[in-house]
Write a protein that binds this ligand. Structure first.
Ligand code: ZN
Length: 143
């Protein structure tokens, strides 16, 4: 089985070689380079520096199962990571970005999936300290 179509698709989206390798779980840089030449895919103008964090989340959060999502983008250790636009854009946890997109506020404390699926990044499944406290004490939930 060849990964060339998948490599081509990622390169068309503006993925770097590193991102292609991260998504596909490896792959020879020579093959990736060959796909780019064969398919005449231009080298992107550092698109990763221009993409908003919301666009990056949408690009790499892959829905699966019953509303869950897995992260196909870059990782920092075990943390899915998003780079803010700009050449020296700060890096932020994709979980925090997704939480903010969903709830319109920054998460307090750690952000974790509340659905029980390991490493789920679906924005609607993420909880912060405030939401977890509410889930523990439903009587305090405001109608
Ligand atoms: Zn989930």
């Amino acid at each position: 089985m060849t990964k060339r179509p998948a490599i081509a698709a990622l390169l068309h989206e503006g993925a770097t070689y590193r991102q292609v390798r991260a998504v596909l779980g490896g792959g020879s840089p020579n093959v990736i380079s060959d796909v780019r030449k064969t398919e005449a895919i231009p080298v992107p103008e550092r698109t990763k520096y221009r993409r908003s964090v919301e666009e990056t989340y949408a690009l790499y959060a892959e829905p699966f199962g019953d509303g869950h999502a897995r992260w196909a983008g870059p990782w920092a250790g075990r943390m899915p990571q998003i780079c803010h636009p700009g050449r020296n854009g700060r890096k932020e946890s994709a979980l925090r970005v997704a939480f903010r997109m969903r709830h319109g506020r920054d998460a307090e404390g750690y952000v974790r999936p509340g659905c029980g699926v390991h490493q789920c990044v679906a924005s609607g499944h993420l909880t912060d300290r405030v939401l977890r406290a509410r889930l523990k004490n439903p009587s305090e939930v405001q109608a």
